[in-house]
Design a protein around this ligand. Structure first.
Ligand code: GLP
Length: 219
């Protein structure tokens, strides 16, 4: 995985990388911090951000990205949705413009236990662009571990849509642990259905999936 990133970055063909948060990419970001590939010409675009959290809130995805990557590795520019945007529709339109101006060459993805990608929960359209989304109970419960209590977990987020994710030239999805096994089986072997957002990737021409044994255990 790390070698793949290094060789793709060194190829000089990557201008924009799409980045993900969560516990899954932590080791990958550690590798990038240590390896220090030259990213000075690369722009980053993140998948999502919680509605209601300021960029400097310690549970915001902006804070996460600075903590795990941006403070240590120099990039050209960073884009994330603004969790405090006053006008949601304008914020979604702004982010769609960011994506139009910075087409993603290399998109990193994790996956939710319910098959969500970014914060596109079951039922999301495969053509979707950036939207303000309601998080499911399952996602709130899964993310509660990062907060003092489940009541503090924001119930909404801005997320790149599945359509925007599918526009990426190359997608690299990581999944570790048995709690991802059912979602991975559905993503790879199941029918394409909005009920499992990650099944949208079946139609993408360039997806690489890295799994540990537990996440692959139902295949
Ligand atoms: C969050 C993020 C996703 C991430 C998922 C899995 O909901 N929005 O981008 O893939 O959680 O998180 P984790 O890697 O912590 O299991």
């Amino acid at each position: 995985m790390s070698e793949l990133f290094a060789s793709d970055i060194n190829s000089g063909n990557i201008k924009t990388v799409g980045l993900a948060t969560g516990s899954t990419p932590l080791d990958f970001y550690k590798y990038v911090r240590e390896a220090q590939p030259d990213c000075k010409a690369i722009t980053t675009v993140n998948l999502d951000e919680y509605v209601g959290l300021a960029a400097d809130h310690d549970q915001s995805y902006s804070y996460f990205m600075h903590e795990h990557l941006f403070n240590d590795v120099a990039f050209a520019k960073h884009f994330l949705p603004d969790g405090l945007a006053k006008d949601s529709a304008a914020e979604c339109a702004r982010y769609d413009e960011v994506l139009a101006e910075n087409p993603i060459d290399w998109q990193l993805l994790g996956i939710g236990g319910n098959g969500h990608i970014g914060f596109n929960e079951p039922g999301a359209s495969f053509e979707g662009t950036t939207q303000r989304v309601q998080l499911t109970e399952e996602t709130l419960a899964a993310n509660a571990r990062f907060f003092d209590s489940i009541e503090e977990v924001p119930t909404e987020a801005y997320s790149m849509g599945i359509g925007s994710i599918l526009n990426s030239k190359k997608i690299v999805l990581l999944a570790f642990g048995e709690e991802k096994a059912a979602a991975i089986k559905a993503m790879i072997e199941g029918p394409m259905t909005n009920e499992v957002p990650a099944t949208a990737l079946q139609n993408h021409p360039n997806v690489t999936v890295f799994l540990d044994e537990a996440a692959a255990s139902l295949l």
